[in-house]
Design a protein around this ligand. Structure first.
Ligand code: RP5
Length: 161
């Protein structure tokens, strides 16, 4: 069974959420991916959330934009931890998505990351860190990933010409 589910409200979220999937692959985390719209597919959303734990999913990453209720409603239907990724929406540049994901009332948490691509990538890394506990291979991939970006920053000094 996949360790992580990557869920998005629409195929229009895919260019951003593709960054999540690519990084999960780099880090050796198994995943499944779905389009589940909270407002267009409320019954499918509930069924997916309620089945998540029994399927063995350890983390759900949910990307949504605008009135972005997908992560919150998934979180309401499962005890599997949910990471919310706010899409950089056209109308309000993602501030709408961010506030509607991050401002969960007390009792049903959604771990919210940054708007857009940065958030999509950090969601994958955070999910990998959660899954990595007791999984030495994923832990080693995370160590290597960090070491690589450290080296890239060190090397970037040479560009200061
Ligand atoms: C949300 O509405 C989706 O997550 C998407 O970001 C936004 C717009 O969806 P589309 O109208 O492009 O399908 O449900």
């Amino acid at each position: 069974m996949p360790q992580v589910a990557v869920v998005m409200g629409s195929t229009s979220d895919w260019p951003t959420m593709k960054q999540t999937v690519k990084l999960l692959e780099t880090l050796g985390v198994t995943y499944e991916k779905h389009v589940i719209s909270a407002h267009r597919m409320p019954e499918q959303l509930q069924a997916f959330g309620q089945a998540a734990q029994d399927k063995g999913l350890q983390v759900i990453i949910a990307g949504a934009g605008g009135a972005a209720h997908l992560p919150g409603m998934l979180a309401a239907n499962t005890l599997v931890p949910v990471i919310g990724v706010p899409m950089q929406s056209r109308a309000l540049n993602g501030l709408d998505s961010l506030l509607s994901i991050v401002q969960m009332p007390a009792g049903i948490p959604v771990a919210t990351v940054a708007i857009g691509e940065a958030g999509a990538k950090n969601a994958a890394i955070l999910a990998a860190q959660i899954v990595a506990q007791g999984q030495p291979a994923i832990l080693a991939n995370l160590v290597a990933y960090r070491a690589k970006q450290t080296q890239q920053s060190i090397d970037s000094e040479a560009d200061l010409v």
